[in-house]
Design a protein around this ligand. Structure first.
Ligand SMILES: [Ca+2]
Ligand SMILES: [Ca+2]
Ligand SMILES: [Ca+2]
Length: 389
């Protein structure tokens, strides 16, 4: 040993280690940092309405002045949202299955309907919704994305199916993609598709030629990819316990993670609007993050209600939340005020949630302290030896 351990030094070292461990438990070292966000939810999100009549609200979308909700065992519910206050239920459609997601194109609604597969509904007369086509292969369907004459349906371990919908009365599978992972969600951007593969992260596929799908790149580093979003430069992953991850797609097409925002609960949904990321956490937190510096996302506003959130959809000045067993909640979102808050924060500087992985800064400070103590005692001993000489 290069120094002598006397009682005093041992006590000093133990005290330092304990202090470092305590401070770590407060600030990081494998745990989520306590939020320093001190804003009031009412500052930016004002609850304007809600609705519940059974079912499991899983996904929603807005078309014209109507809100379409994929409501699990209740099928599809349509609300008039042109009036302020609670949404007005104006129509329903259910014929078995479990509505997981819905997309609207013109007069047609495409429903990912669980075991019922893909259902194609004519919604031109909202009071008399009629099923005009269905693709069913006995596999559970979780999500549907539409591009040109094609529907891309996510079927969990049964992969992604590409369905020709040019004749909506006769949807036909033309191709599929499978890679032994659970595909939950798909999002189209440019000529590509990003797949959320749950525990296996995300994969980007070139879909220019739907008959020849080319996997381009994938990214996975733990977590569970539930939903993805993209901007010109970045891909955002709602990654379960890993929170929100922001990936950069380099010139060569590689994906590199540039930042991570740890959430309190599982991060289940993401949508980006005007440099603000809106994220949902499963146990009732809906937040806005400033993305002006994507390497350092900052929380600038949040809404909490302690109910489960499955997904959200921002449209105009409103956020529509699918609250699973609790129906839907509508929030009025003050986006200009959130953006103004961005600018203020840039001046005063705030600290977001941040998980410090591995050895945190404090660990390093503590370690340096221990080294200095030991070095100092070694130095002292060395000087005393020199003196004696
Ligand atoms: Ca319902
Ligand atoms: Ca059905
Ligand atoms: Ca991850």
């Amino acid at each position: 040993m290069f120094f002598h351990l006397n009682k005093k030094r041992i006590v000093c070292i133990i005290a330092t280690i304990l202090l470092v461990l305590y401070l770590n438990s407060q600030i990081g070292f494998g745990s989520t940092r306590i939020s320093e966000y001190s804003g009031n939810s009412e500052d930016y999100f004002e609850k304007s309405g809600s609705f519940y009549d059974g079912g499991i609200a899983k996904a929603l979308t807005v078309f014209e002045s109507n809100l379409f909700v994929a409501d699990g065992d209740d099928g599809i519910e349509i609300f008039d949202i042109s009036l302020s206050g609670d949404p007005l239920l104006i129509s329903k459609f259910y014929d078995g299955g479990k509505a997981e997601n819905i997309k609207i194109r013109g007069d047609i609604a495409y429903v990912a309907d669980g075991i019922d597969g893909l259902e194609i509904l004519n919604i031109s007369n909202i009071n008399n919704i009629v099923e005009i086509g269905q693709f069913s292969n006995g596999e559970k369907t979780y999500d549907v994305e539409i591009s040109r004459d094609l529907a891309f349906i996510s079927q969990g371990f049964s992969g992604l199916r590409i369905i020709n919908i040019s004749d909506p009365t006769n949807p036909t599978q033309i191709n599929s993609y499978m890679d032994d992972t659970k595909i939950l969600h798909a999002r189209i951007f440019e000529n590509c598709m990003i797949l959320s593969e749950n525990a296996d992260g995300i994969v980007i596929i070139d879909i220019q030629d739907p008959l020849n799908l080319i996997p381009l790149v994938s990214f996975s580093d733990g977590g569970k990819a539930k939903k993805v979003w993209n901007s010109d430069k970045f891909i955002f992953v709602a990654d379960g316990k890993d929170g929100l991850e922001i990936l950069n797609r380099t010139q060569s097409g590689e994906l590199t993670k540039i930042s991570q925002f740890y959430t309190e609960f599982l991060c289940v949904d993401i949508q980006v609007i005007n440099n603000i990321a809106f994220i949902s956490e499963v146990d009732g937190i809906f937040s806005a993050l400033d993305l002006q510096n994507p390497s350092y996302p900052k929380k600038i506003g949040e809404y909490r209600n302690n109910l489960k959130i499955k997904s959200h959809y921002i449209y105009g000045d409103f956020a529509y939340l699918a609250m699973k067993e609790n129906g839907i909640v509508i929030l009025k979102v003050d986006i200009p005020k959130l953006q103004a808050r961005n600018d203020i924060d840039d001046k005063i500087g705030t600290t977001p949630y941040r998980k410090i992985s591995g050895f945190s800064t404090l660990s390093l400070i503590g370690l340096s302290f221990v080294i200095i103590i030991t070095k100092k005692s070694h130095l002292k001993k060395h000087l005393m030896c020199m003196k004696q000489k």
